[in-house]
Design a protein around this ligand. Sequence first.
Ligand SMILES: NC(=O)c1ccc[n+]([C@@H]2O[C@H](COP(=O)([O-])OP(=O)(O)OC[C@H]3O[C@@H](n4cnc5c(N)ncnc54)[C@H](OP(=O)(O)O)[C@@H]3O)[C@@H](O)[C@H]2O)c1
Length: 310
Amino acid sequence: MSRRWSESDVPAQDGRTILVTGANSGIGFEAARLLAGRGARVLLAVRDVAKGEQAAASIRAGDDGGRVDVVALDLADLAAVEAAADDVAARVDHLDVLVNNAGIMAVPYRQTVDGFELQFGTNHLGHFALTGHLLRLLLAAPQTPRVVTVSSGAHRIGAIDFDNLDGARGYDKWRAYGQSKLANLLFTLELQRRAGDRLLAVAAHPGYAATNLQPRSAQASGSRLGELAMRLGNVLLAQSATAGALPTVVAAAALDVGGGEYLGPSGPFEARGAPTRVGRSAAARDAETAARLWAASEELTGVRYDALEA
Ligand SMILES: NC(=O)c1ccc[n+]([C@@H]2O[C@H](COP(=O)([O-])OP(=O)(O)OC[C@H]3O[C@@H](n4cnc5c(N)ncnc54)[C@H](OP(=O)(O)O)[C@@H]3O)[C@@H](O)[C@H]2O)c1
C-alpha cells in the first residue's frame, strides 16, 4: 500500500524557521499552528496585519503554543512582495521552509496592482516572485531547504493559455483558477529541475477542506445564496481545515518526502483522508510547458533566480 502519513510523522521542528503565506486563515493558519506546535519559528505572511496578529495570538495561546511572528505580504503587488522579502531578510539569516499557500478561488475578473489577472497574479506570479526573492535565505539553511506550494485538484481543469495570461482576451473564473493551480504544479516541477539537490520543491493539496476559500469565492461573485451553499457544504461535506492542512505540513516537514512529489488526501476523489502521494494531470508533468511558464513568469515579474545559476 502506498505511504500514508499522520500528524505523528511530523518530526520536531525546533530550530527551524518556516514562512507560511496566507497564514491567518484556513489551511495556512492550521499548517502554521501545527508547525509552531512542533517547535518551529513560524513567520505568518499575511496581507492584513491585524488578522495576522489575531492568528498569531491564537497560536501562542493554544495548547502547543509556539514562536510566531507576522510579516506583511500582498501577493497581488510585486513591490509589496519584494518589501516582504526584505523584511524577512532583516529578521532571519536563513529560512528552512517556504510554504506558498495563500490563494483565491474563482473570483470575477480583476487585476493585480501590476496588471496581472488576479488569480494567476496572486496564486502563481506572487509566489514565483516571493520564492525568487527568498531564495538566498533558503539556500543559507543548514539542511536542505524546502519550498512547498499548495495546488488543488482543480489543476486538472487548467491549461496554461500563454496567449491570454492576463485574461484580456476572455475570462472564465474557474478556468483561470485551474490555470493558476496548474501553474503551482509546473512551478514545483521546474523549480526542482533547476535546483537539483540544493532544495526540495514539493506540492500539496488539501482535498475539500472547510475554509474561507469557498464562501469568499461566492461572496466575490455577489451571490448570497452561493455563499450560504458553500458554507453549508463546508459544514456537511468538507473535512476540517486541520485535516486539510496535513498534506502541506507533511510536505514541509516529514523526512521521507522527496523533491517534486505531490501530496494530497488518500480518500475517495482525494477529497479527504490521510496524506499520501497523489497523481497529477499530464499537463502538470509537461516539462516543456513548465520551462515556458518559468520564462514567462521571469518576464512578467522581473524576478530571476540568479542564486540557482551559480
Ligand atoms: N479549502 C479547500 O478545499 C482547498 C482545496 C484545494 C486547494 N486549496 C488551496 O489551499 C490554499 C489555502 O486556501 P484556504 O482554503 O485556506 O482559503 P482561505 O481560508 O480563504 O485562506 C486563503 C489565504 O490566502 C490569503 N490571501 C488571499 N489573497 C492574498 C494576497 N493577495 N496576498 C496575500 N495573501 C492573500 C488570504 O488572506 P485574507 O484572509 O486576508 O483574505 C488567506 O489568508 C489556496 O492556495 C487554495 O487554492 C484549498
